[in-house]
Design a protein around this ligand. Structure first.
Ligand SMILES: [Zn+2]
Length: 258
């Protein structure tokens, strides 16, 4: 059975429920699996997207926002297909659906209140919340960062990372939280890597990305996604490298994965 925490991996502003069913074992000193620390995805070089054009996005336009995200999903597939294949895995696009209020079925339970988007490994689907609030003042680059983060979870799924992390047996609570943060920060880094790789084709000012990083920096710490300063750090790190090689959170010092 899939664990409640990672069955539903939420994006920005997430509040994932933690069931606390772990064994009361001491903090595991076991090293992480090589699937996590030495995954071949780290050696595939820069993401190869040539161009990614953003679609115009108006206020209060649900269909327009959906189209905006669908274009990005095409760009994300173009970016990740080659590295996934090069690393010896089978590439498959995720499923995608848009909802207008929390509570909808995701394949991993109900969409949690407070989340913007989730990825469910059971059905390999990204569910994105486009409610009237976000549509009233849509920030395109924020939506891009969220969809690219969820795509990062899909990449973790395709490369075997989620499968390893999603086994709770014998892990202490501290260990489970540590792994959850490394998963989230890795997805954040992969989001940055994608945005960095297509940045030249977006025709944006550098300040636009700085604004997204600054927004991450002043977020809140929910115990799962990492401290805001670390979220911002991994996002920027991925952006600068334009490659998943920068995203090995499993070999990172403790201070960077808190
Ligand atoms: Zn996430």
């Amino acid at each position: 059975m899939r664990s409640p925490l990672l069955a539903l991996i939420a994006g920005a502003l997430a509040s994932v429920l933690f069931a606390g069913t772990a064994h009361a074992a001491p903090v595991a000193a076991d090293p992480f699996s090589p699937v996590l620390t030495k995954n071949p995805i780290y050696k595939t070089g820069e993401l190869g997207t040539e161009t990614c054009e953003e679609q115009p996005l108006q206020r209060d336009d649900l269909d327009g926002a959906r189209v905006y995200l669908e274009f990005l999903l095409d760009c994300l597939a173009d970016s990740w297909r080659e590295p996934i294949t090069k690393a010896g895995f089978t590439f498959k696009e995720p499923k995608f659906s848009v909802i207008s209020k929390p509570g909808a079925a995701t394949g991993c339970g109900k969409f949690p209140r407070g989340a913007q988007a989730v990825y469910c490994p059971n059905n390999k689907k990204i569910t994105f919340l486009l409610d009237p609030y976000i549509l009233s003042e849509p920030t395109e680059l924020f939506l891009m960062a969220v969809i690219a983060h969820e795509y990062g979870h899909h990449i973790q799924d395709l490369t075997g990372v989620l499968n390893i992390v999603d086994r709770y047996k014998g892990k202490s609570k501290a260990r489970i939280y540590d792994e959850a943060r490394r998963v989230e920060l890795q997805a954040e880094c992969m989001s940055g890597a994608f945005i960095g790789s297509v940045w030249h084709s977006l025709g944006r000012r550098d300040f636009d990305f700085k604004y997204i990083v600054q927004t991450a920096q002043v977020g809140f710490d929910d115990g799962i996604h990492g401290k805001p300063a670390n979220i911002a750090w991994w996002l920027q790190r991925g952006f600068d490298a334009e490659s998943p090689s920068a995203c090995n959170t499993w070999a990172a010092p403790k201070g960077k994965v808190r």
